[in-house]
Every structure is written in structure tokens, then in C-alpha cells.
Design a protein around this ligand. Structure first.
Ligand code: FAD
Ligand code: NAI
Length: 469
């Protein structure tokens, strides 16, 4: 007979959704098991997502700075060279330390990692199959689905190891490609495209739409694309890829204007497909509790409840932005709901960050969204060319834009394209979470000289009294 174990909560998936839920459950005194089929905890984010990509972005950015800026700064180091195995090793070491850190937090909070693939086997029951085939039955009052997502494949462009790859492949290429073609000018394409361009690849990005950055404010998208182009990235916008062929001298893609028209080919040594991610529910046993995914594969939720009693869902596998910090907010909320407390996620205040150089970050509404909703708004904008810290650091690309309600002055959206945008967006999130007005930001003392003064100045711009030169 199979071994059985009983818990208050069983979580399926050990990514940012699952592991944060497990830790929160432990903190609230619930008995909790987290089923993860991977060799480590941390899910996509820690193993093949956020963290390894940021490790390579950081290293490649420093390489580029050493190459292009050290001379100007009066630092002579000769010609820097890439040591790719070492760059990959430090990435793997950091990732290893982070996933071990989650294991430590599990122990500290009495959350149990059950290794294996989890399958719901009816109400309150999860069947776990370990790598060696051993089956364990877990029973629980509440089950949380946190199985995440996987790369969306592109029809006609099948993955071929080392040649036609997804983000996981692009995080561990064995050599720097001469020509890298990226399909999709979204977050992954632009971050990982930047990594390999900085390390020496010629990068061409093919995008179906006319705008980069999947959903970002149009004015920011235009400036961002111009910035990336200046750095040497090439864009083929409004273009679709219809097929791929692996030949002796590389991968040959067939392209066509999105609206139809003349066909052309484009050859590269490596093609990165980054056209989005899709929810992952394979073999999950959803039918045993009578729930189904929607047409796009997502599980619907109402305050994180699925249609089945005692079955909850969080993270990439349900609706909302596919972001680690969104999964984390839902993780805390779902456990608080389960524990009978007041969980809460404010979906209007989930920030987005693209970790390119410089970064792009935003929270709240874009100008286009406000116009479409018929909301009257005021706009303040401040360029980093007029920010003293950015000027001193030779990083003046970009601007801050604050959008506020025309009548109440309540901040509705903040958009930053510039140095450390991802760090600075937090102050906009706080201001908006407190229902702040742009005048509140404008009248808050910011330290000088900091880049964050540009946020204050943009808010002052809404009031019409920016100090911009
Ligand atoms: P996941 O992290 O996907 O975790 C799901 C886990 O469930 C996996 O470990 C999987 O093995 C496991 N699992 C699935 N089914 C089963 C089963 N039946 N039994 C047992 N285990 C199962 N987001 C950000 O916010 N910032 C970033 O900088 C960022 N960078 C990214 C870079 C890349 C290259 C990629 C691909 C993604 C990035 N993301 C980033 C997105 C982020 O990784 C996801 O939003 C986040 O990981 C979602 O968390 P999750 O817990 O919902 O799912
Ligand atoms: P994405 O949704 O960000 O971008 C996909 C892009 O591909 C879009 O611009 C889309 O128009 C384009 N596209 C779609 N089909 C196409 C086709 N057939 N041909 C050409 N272009 C096509 O998705 P991406 O970059 O794959 O990332 C997946 C998810 O991972 C993101 O939604 C994001 O939530 C998460 N992520 C977050 C990061 C961060 O927060 N910094 C970093 C990396 C990923």
C-alpha cells in the first residue's frame, strides 16, 4: 500500500507562488506540504527565470561598461574579455545558493517539501509520484495549485536544441552566437537579447506588433526601442515568422509582414523564441475535482478559489500578469484566506520592470489606457538629462512620467525609462497604495543627488512647477 500523510494544506508547485504560500502557511501554524517535481525548489523564477537572467544581465552590463565607459572614467584595464564558463558558473552558484535558501526557509517554518509530481486525486487528495516511481498519498483540507507556466511554442518553428531555443536554452548557451535572432520583442526577448548583444552577438528582434515591450506605455516604448537600437539591436517590427529550417550554416527563418505581403528570409546561428508563456497543468488531475482550464489554458479564480471546494489557485497558472511578485502576493493572500484571515491583492498596483540597460518600470495605467477609459488626466515628465546624479554617472537616457487625475490629482500611473527604474518604481507603488496625489510626491523631500529626484520633479511637473532647466 502507498504511504499516506495528512496536512492542513497541500501546495502543488514550488515556485514563487508555491514556496511563499508554504512559508506563510508554516508561519500561521498550519501543517503544510509543498509538492515539487524539480530537483530544487524555486520554480521557474529561481531556476530558469528571474534570477539566472538577472545574473547574466548584471555580468554582461558590467562587461559593456568596462568595454565602453571605463576609458572615459579614467580607468585603464586594457581590453576586457568574456570568460563565458566563469560567467555561467557564477550564475549557477548564485542560483544554487538561492534555491538552498528556500529549503532552509522551509525547514525554519516547518513546511515539508515532497519531491515528485503531484496529481489531484479527488477532493482533499493529492497523489505524488517520485522520480523512482514511489507513490505517496497526501490528504489535506485545502489544496493550492501553483504549477506555473512554460514557454509558448511557435507553430512552424519547432525547438531544436542549441539552434531554436526557449529562454531556458538562452540562459545557458555554450558559446556566444554570431547572429542571434529573437522572435518576440517582449520582456524575455529584450532582456536576453541585451545579454547576448552585450557579449558580442549581432541581435535581430522580429516582432509581430508595431510596438516593443508587450503592453507598456507607447511613449515609453518608442523611447525604449530607440535606445535599444542605438545600442546596436536591430528590429523587424510588424513582422511574423512563418517557418524555420535548420541548415548547415544556421537557421533560416521565413518572415512575412504581419498584414501579409512579400516573403523574405533571415538567417542566424541561434533563434530564441520568446512569444509569451502559457499556463502549465499537464497531468494535474483537474477532472477529478471537476474543474477545467479556460480556452487559453488558465484556471479561473474568484478571490483565488477555483470552482471546486477546497481547491485554490495562484501564480502564472491563473489570470493576471505572469510575474514572480504577483505570484508572491497571491501566495500570502491565499494562505490568509485559508486561515480565515483577510487576504488582499491589489492587481492595479503590480509593478512591471524590464531589466535592460537602462531599465523600464511602470505601475498603474498607461496614457493609452486612461484615454480609452475616458479619464481626464494631467501629465508631468522629467528627463534624466536634467537629473544631476544621472548626469554625473553618464546615464542620462530616459525620463520619468507621472499621470494624475485631472480633478483629484490622485496618481494613476508612473512610467520610468532610465537608470535604476526598477528600484525607483517602489516609491510610486507606495504613493499609489496610500491613494497619494502627485502633489504628495512633489512635496516629499527626496535626497540630493539621487535619480529618485526625477520622480519628484515629474510629479512637480504635474503641478506645473518643475525645476527643469
Ligand atoms: P513557477 O515559478 O513556474 O513554478 C511552478 C513550479 O511547479 C515549477 O517548479 C514546476 O516544476 C512545478 N510543478 C508544475 N506542475 C507540477 C506538478 N504536477 N507536480 C509538482 N510540481 C509541479 N518575473 C518577475 O517578476 N521578474 C523577473 O525578472 C522575471 N524574469 C523572468 C525571466 C525569465 C527568463 C522567465 C522565463 C520568467 C521570468 N519571470 C520574471 C516570470 C516568473 O518566473 C514567473 O512569473 C514565476 O516564476 C511564476 O511563479 P509560479 O510559482 O506561479 O510558477
Ligand atoms: P511577452 O508577452 O512579454 O512578449 C511576447 C512578445 O512576442 C510580444 O511583444 C508579442 O507581441 C510577440 N509575439 C507574439 N507572437 C508572436 C509571433 N508569432 N511572432 C512575433 N512576435 C510575436 O512574453 P515573453 O517575453 O515570452 O515573456 C513571458 C513572460 O515572462 C512575460 O509575460 C513576463 O510576465 C515574464 N517575464 C518577466 C520578466 C520581468 O519581469 N522582468 C522577465 C522575463 C519574463
Amino acid at each position: 500500500a502507498e504511504a499516506t500523510a495528512q496536512y492542513d494544506v497541500v501546495i502543488i508547485g514550488g515556485g514563487p507562488g508555491g514556496y511563499n504560500a508554504a512559508i506563510r502557511a508554516g508561519q500561521l501554524g498550519l501543517t503544510v506540504a509543498c509538492v515539487e517535481k524539480g530537483d530544487t525548489l524555486g520554480g521557474t523564477c529561481l531556476n530558469v527565470g528571474c534570477m539566472p537572467s538577472k545574473a547574466l544581465l548584471h555580468a554582461s552590463e558590467l562587461f559593456e561598461i568596462a568595454n565602453k565607459e571605463f576609458g572615459t572614467l579614467g580607468i585603464d584595464v586594457g581590453t576586457p574579455k568574456v570568460n563565458l564558463p566563469q560567467m555561467m558558473k557564477q550564475k549557477a552558484d548564485s542560483v544554487g545558493a538561492l534555491t538552498k535558501g528556500i529549503e532552509f526557509l522551509f525547514k525554519k517554518n516547518k513546511a515539508v517539501w515532497i519531491k515528485g509530481k503531484g496529481k489531484i486525486a479527488g477532493a482533499g487528495k493529492v497523489e505524488v509520484t517520485a522520480a523512482d516511481g514511489t507513490v505517496t498519498i497526501l490528504t489535506a483540507k485545502d489544496i493550492v495549485i501553483a504549477t506555473g507556466s512554460e514557454p509558448t511554442p511557435l507553430p512552424g518553428v519547432d525547438f531544436v536544441e542549441g539552434k531554436i531555443i526557449d529562454s531556458t536554452g538562452a540562459l545557458s548557451l555554450p558559446a556566444i552566437p554570431k547572429k542571434l535572432i529573437v522572435i518576440g520583442a517582449g520582456v524575455i526577448g529584450l532582456e536576453l537579447g541585451s545579454v547576448w548583444r552585450r557579449l558580442g552577438a549581432e541581435v535581430t528582434v522580429v516582432e509581430f506588433l508595431d510596438k516593443v515591450g508587450a503592453g507598456m506605455d507607447a511613449e515609453v516604448a518608442t523611447a525604449f526601442q530607440r535606445g535599444l537600437t542605438k545600442q546596436g539591436m536591430t528590429f523587424k517590427m510588424g513582422t511574423k515568422v512563418t517557418s524555420a529550417k535548420v541548415a548547415k550554416d544556421g537557421v533560416v527563418l521565413t518572415l512575412e509582414p504581419a498584414a501579409g505581403g512579400e516573403v523574405e528570409t533571415l538567417t542566424g546561428d541561434v533563434v530564441l523564441v520568446a512569444i509569451g508563456r502559457r499556463p502549465y497543468t499537464a497531468g494535474l488531475g483537474l477532472e477529478t475535482v471537476g474543474i477545467e482550464t479556460d480556452k487559453r489554458g488558465f484556471l479561473n479564480n474568484d478571490h483565488l478559489k477555483t470552482g471546486a471546494a477546497g481547491v485554490w489557485v495562484i501564480g502564472d497558472v491563473t489570470h493576471g500578469p505572469m510575474l514572480a511578485h504577483k505570484a508572491e502576493e497571491e501566495a500570502v493572500a491565499v494562505i490568509e484566506y485559508i486561515a480565515g484571515k483577510a487576504g488582499h491583492v491589489d492587481y492595479d498596483l503590480v509593478p512591471s520592470v524590464i531589466y535592460t540597460g537602462p531599465e523600464v518600470a511602470w505601475v498603474g495605467k498607461t496614457e493609452e489606457q486612461l484615454k480609452a477609459a475616458g479619464v481626464e488626466f494631467k501629465k508631468g515628465k522629467f528627463p534624466f538629462t536634467a537629473n544631476s546624479r544621472a548626469k554625473i554617472n553618464h546615464e542620462t537616457e530616459g525620463f520619468v512620467k507621472v499621470l494624475a487625475d485631472a480633478t483629484t490629482d490622485k496618481v494613476l500611473g508612473v512610467h520610468i525609462y532610465g537608470p535604476s527604474a526598477g528600484e525607483m518604481i517602489a516609491e510610486a507603488c507606495i504613493a499609489m497604495a496610500f491613494g497619494g496625489a502627485s502633489e504628495d510626491i512633489a512635496r516629499t523631500c527626496h535626497a540630493h543627488p539621487t535619480r529618485s529626484e526625477a520622480v519628484k520633479q515629474a510629479a512637480m511637473g504635474v503641478e506645473g512647477w518643475t525645476m527643469q532647466a
